[in-house]
Design a protein around this ligand. Structure first.
Ligand code: CU
Length: 152
C-alpha cells in the first residue's frame, strides 16, 4: 500500500512539471513580439551627436589652452553680430571661461578635458569694445587668469 501511494504522488508531480513547462512556453510566446520592438527602439536611439559631445570634431574659430593660471592665447577678436565658436582645452588644473557682460559661462573643466562654447556678439556692439574673459574658479582671476575679447 505505501508504495502505490508514493508512485501516485510522483505522477502528480510529473503532471505539474508538464503544466509548468507549458506555462513557461506560453509566456515565452507572449514575450516574443516585444523583442523586435526593443531592437527597433535601440536603433532609433543610435548616435545623434550633440554639439558639445565631440569637441575635437567641431570646427572652431578659436582654440584656447587653459592652464594655471592663464589663457593661451589671451586675446580673441570678433565683429559685431558674430557668433564665434571657442574650444577650451584644459591642459592643467581645473578652470572655466566666463564673460559677464555676454552672459557666457562654460562648465568647470578638468585637466585633459575640452568644451566648445558659442559666444554671440550683439550686432549693436560698438567697434572697439573690449570684454574681459576670465576663470571664475577660486582666485584664478586675481592670479592673472584673464583675457580680452575685442570687438572690431
Ligand atoms: Cu582657473
Amino acid at each position: 500500500m505505501p508504495n502505490s501511494h508514493i508512485s501516485a504522488i510522483k505522477i502528480t508531480m510529473r503532471k505539474s512539471l508538464v503544466i509548468l513547462a507549458s506555462a513557461f512556453m506560453l509566456s515565452a510566446c507572449f514575450h516574443n513580439p516585444i523583442t523586435p520592438q526593443d531592437s527597433t527602439l535601440q536603433s532609433q536611439q543610435a548616435p545623434t551627436i550633440p554639439f558639445t559631445d565631440d569637441p575635437t570634431a567641431t570646427p572652431v574659430d578659436f582654440d584656447l589652452d587653459l592652464q594655471n593660471f592663464s589663457f593661451s592665447p589671451n586675446v580673441i577678436q570678433a565683429s559685431p553680430g558674430d557668433t564665434i565658436i571657442v574650444r577650451l582645452n584644459v591642459t592643467q588644473g581645473f578652470h572655466d571661461f566666463v564673460i559677464d557682460e555676454l552672459e557666457v559661462k562654460s562648465s568647470q573643466i578638468g585637466q585633459g578635458s575640452q568644451e566648445v562654447i558659442e559666444i554671440t556678439i550683439p550686432a549693436d556692439t560698438p567697434s572697439g569694445t573690449e570684454y574681459e574673459f576670465y576663470c571664475s574658479i577660486g582666485n584664478h582671476h586675481d592670479l592673472g587668469m584673464t583675457g580680452t575679447l575685442t570687438v572690431q
